[in-house]
Design a protein around this ligand. Structure first.
Ligand code: SF4
Length: 243
């Protein structure tokens, strides 16, 4: 049984944090001169102007897990997805369902990245960092959809888990994207090495559990989904208290 229509969602993300962009640039807290600050702000603005953050989110019930070649394999009902490895064994322990999501900034972002690679190495790096920060914000917005669905079912979510983390291999990407029909809906294509185009795309899983998990949110303070939360505006929270 599946829930979530899997329609294409557009996310309105008006800003990204300059500190996040600096972090992606490898900045370690040293002083940033005003000229660089101005350049970062201009590239962030350009990134927001050209990007079209969009995503698809679907929720699938967990099916009985199995083993393949002596390795744990998690499965989701109604899908061909196989989620192998010890990371998935731990992550899916106690999960009732899993939110599967893909988000992207779109081809205009990709074209701008390529254009900057020919015109300015500095702007290319800053734009790339801004785009990395922006696509993670899009993933936060998609995760907020899973959190709402979990709350409506009386379930709790865990942190987001992407292929390539732990021992979950990138080889799950083709089936994951096919499960969401992400190539047709979002225009995400995969290379032979499982890298996505547009490069600023993210796929992830979000587990839904009957009991709070170690990293289940206990407060709205510092929540990555805060700006996109669909519960707080209605006076509810994902951790069972009224806001
Ligand atoms: S903002 Fe609060 S209610 Fe919304 S997802 Fe975050 S912790 Fe849950």
């Amino acid at each position: 049984m599946t829930a979530g229509a899997g329609e294409v969602l557009s996310f309105d993300i008006p800003s990204v944090d300059r500190g996040e962009v600096l972090r992606y640039l490898g900045h370690a807290g040293q002083e940033v001169d005003p000229a660089l600050e101005g350049r970062i702000d201009a590239d962030v603005e350009r990134c927001i102007a050209v990007s079209r953050p969009a995503g698809v989110v679907r929720i699938f019930e967990c099916a009985e897990a199995g083993e393949k070649d002596g390795r744990f394999v998690g499965r989701l009902e109604g899908t061909a997805l196989e989620l192998p490895g010890e990371s998935m064994r731990a992550y899916l322990a106690g999960a009732r369902a899993v939110g599967v999501l893909a988000v992207t900034l779109g081809m205009a972002n990709e074209r701008e990245l390529r254009r900057l690679s020919l015109t300015s190495r500095v702007d290319e790096l800053i734009f790339d960092a801004a785009s990395s920060a922006l696509v993670e914000r899009a993933a936060d917005a998609a995760e907020a959809r899973v959190v709402r669905e979990a709350a409506e079912r009386g379930l709790y979510t865990n942190y987001r888990f992407s292929p390539g983390y732990g021992d979950l291999p990138l080889s799950v990407q083709p089936t994951l994207l096919a499960t969401l029909d992400a190539q047709r809906r979002l225009g995400i294509a995969l290379s032979s090495t499982q890298l996505m185009t547009p490069t600023k795309s993210v796929t992830a899983l979000v587990g839904l559990y009957g009991a709070p998990q170690e990293r289940t949110r206990l407060s709205c303070k510092g929540c990555i989904c805060h700006d996109f939360c669909l519960l707080r505006p209605t006076g509810r929270t994902c951790y069972g208290k009224r806001h």
